[in-house]
Design a protein. Structure first.
Length: 192
């Protein structure tokens, strides 16, 4: 019997795939990105409504000498809701204020490393904000707190929006941190 002498080419060892955990992380990022977009764009509708409310107040006050008792509070609530709800979307788009003096000089991977390091602090701060504002909002709800204006609408709903807005920021910050951490370690952007 004749045996053939087979030589096999050696292959470079394959990189270890993260498999299922990576799929879960990508799914989380896709979900949070979409959630931030839907909530952010929906909350953006409040700005033109707020402008209409304030315009109505100006016309009623200065042209008809009949100011409303509700326009000021409504405008404050709408502006606050908008600011709190669009934060995650703005973070997703990476449009928050950034100190660019050194950051713009970094390579994409260097930026991912810087974002990963600062992301730890961001996540920690968001957890603190959620914890303290949740207590603040719940106490306001318990006493059925209202504004001290003539109209006197409840204000607890607005104070409960503080931890909700912070939670949305936390979710998006965590998604960005995962994305940046992946880029920092692999040198490639994560495709979601």
């Amino acid at each position: 019997m004749r045996t053939e002498n087979r030589t096999f080419a050696t292959r470079a060892p394959e990189r270890k795939s993260f498999g299922f955990p990576l799929l879960l992380l990508k799914g989380y990022i896709r979900f949070v990105d979409k959630l931030s977009e839907v909530i952010g764009r929906s909350a953006g509708v409040l700005l033109p409504v707020m402008v209409l409310v304030l315009s109505y107040e100006v016309v009623a006050r200065y042209f008809f000498k009949r100011p409303t008792i509700w326009a000021y509070d409504m405008a404050i609530f709408m502006f606050g809701y908008c600011g709190l709800l669009v934060g995650g979307y703005v973070l997703r788009e990476r449009e928050h204020v950034n100190v660019d003096i050194l950051y713009n000089r970094f390579s994409p991977r260097g930026k991912a490393i810087a974002n990963s390091l600062s992301g730890i602090l961001f996540i920690y701060l968001m957890v603190l904000i959620i914890v303290f504002t949740l207590d603040y909002g719940l106490k306001s709800f318990e006493i059925r707190e209202a504004t001290a204006t003539e109209w006197g609408p409840p204000v607890w709903h607005f104070k409960l929006m503080l931890p909700i807005g912070a939670f949305l920021l936390f979710l998006q910050g965590l998604a960005n941190w995962i994305r940046d951490l992946y880029h920092a370690f692999t040198g490639k952007e994560m495709d979601t």
